[in-house]
Write a protein that binds this ligand. Structure first.
Ligand code: SAM
Length: 173
């Protein structure tokens, strides 16, 4: 199971990027996203709307206290993996990480609390260059699942894409 913890959400300023963190987590095989920072019911609502239409059992929730989330998931024996440009290169760590059954994947926002580096079991970098939580999340998921997430099916979908060379075709039920 992969649960994504998105730190430091700010309604308004981070609305779009935080929603994208949820959509990427869902599409690429995570089970749940937990938002911390400031509460924003709109984000949870938009993820739930995608679930209702596009299927699957992805969960989204808000939790004010990110340290409580870390404590809770440590107790549940999840490995805490923090994505940061300052961490160890993903290409060195990924084989060992793939063996973990349960991962709490922490992604930051504009500012990351310094304690997270010590609290995480692994600080993992997707290159040592600054970029984005959405990109880091996507590359991590792809590496972690070794590409198998691309085949993921979503149960109880009301709508699905019929892939085409050109144009847009969808099937609705
Ligand atoms: N300036 C922030 C800090 O205090 O480190 C980071 C801002 S960055 C826009 C937001 C998040 O994107 C980071 O917290 C991290 O999770 C992710 N991120 C950005 N570049 C990354 C990289 N090269 N490898 C892994 N994660 C990265």
């Amino acid at each position: 199971m992969i649960v994504v913890l998105r730190l430091g959400h700010r309604p308004g300023r981070d609305q779009r990027i935080s929603t994208h963190c949820g959509l990427v987590s869902r599409a690429l095989g995570a089970d749940r996203i937990i938002y911390s920072g400031e509460q924003d019911t709109e984000i949870i609502k938009s993820i739930e709307e995608v679930n209702a239409r596009w299927g699957g059992s992805f969960g989204a929730q808000y939790e004010k206290n990110w340290k409580k989330v870390l404590r809770e998931y440590k107790q549940k024996k999840f490995s805490i993996v923090h994505l940061t440009m300052y961490g160890m290169p993903i290409q060195g760590d990924i084989k060992a990480l793939r063996k973990k059954t349960n991962v709490l994947l922490v992604i930051g926002g504009e500012k990351v609390p310094p304690e997270i580096y010590a609290l995480a079991d692994h600080n993992v970098a997707v290159t040592s260059q600054p970029h984005s939580e959405v990109a880091a999340l996507a590359v991590f998921m792809h590496e972690f699942h070794a590409g198998k997430e691309l085949e993921k099916k979503f149960k109880n979908a009301k709508i699905r894409v019929i892939p085409q060379e050109r144009g847009k075709k969808v099937e609705e039920s």
